[in-house]
Design a protein around this ligand. Structure first.
Ligand SMILES: [Zn+2]
Length: 126
C-alpha cells in the first residue's frame, strides 16, 4: 500500500523541550565521527505524520525518510524516534566541524547503565 507522509520541522523551542523530555534524553548525540567532538551539537527534529510503527512498512518508511532527508536537506545520518503515538526523525550537527555524521547512543547515568547492562552479560564491562 502506498503511504503518504506529512513532515514538519519542530521549532528550536519545541526541539529543546522534546530532547529534554524523560523519554528523549536517554538517547542522543554522543560524538562526532569526523572530529570526535562530544558536546554542543545542534539538533534538528522533524515530526512525521502517517508513519507506520511495525515492519515491514517501518523498514520501508525508514529507507524513504533517509532518502528524502538526504535529497531535501543533505543530511547524511538520521535517527528514528518514537514518543507515544508520535514519530520523529532527528539529526545533529557538530559545532566544531559542522559534520552531520554524529553518533547517537544511550545517554545514561553510570548506575542506570550498570542496571541496564547487568541484564545483558555481554556488555556488562562497559
Ligand atoms: Zn566534528
Amino acid at each position: 500500500m502506498k503511504r503518504s507522509y506529512r513532515i514538519k520541522e519542530l521549532s528550536m523551542g519545541q526541539v529543546f523541550k522534546l530532547v529534554n523530555s524523560e523519554k528523549f534524553k536517554k538517547f542522543g548525540p554522543r560524538h562526532c565521527s569526523e572530529c570526535g567532538c562530544t558536546d554542543g551539537f545542534r539538533r534538528r527534529v522533524f515530526w512525521v505524520e502517517g508513519a507506520p510503527t511495525e515492519d515491514p512498512e517501518f523498514e520501508e518508511y525508514q529507507n524513504l525518510m533517509r532518502y528524502h532527508m538526504k535529497r531535501q536537506h543533505g543530511f547524511d545520518w538520521v535517527f528514528f524516534r518514537v514518543d507515544g503515538g508520535n514519530r520523529y526523525v532527528e539529526t545533529a550537527f557538530c559545532p566544531e566541524c559542522s559534520s552531520n555524521k554524529i553518533v547517537f547512543d544511550l545517554n545514561l547515568l553510570p548506575d542506570e547503565r550498570a542496571a541496564l547492562f547487568s541484564l545483558d552479560g555481554t556488555r556488562k564491562s562497559e
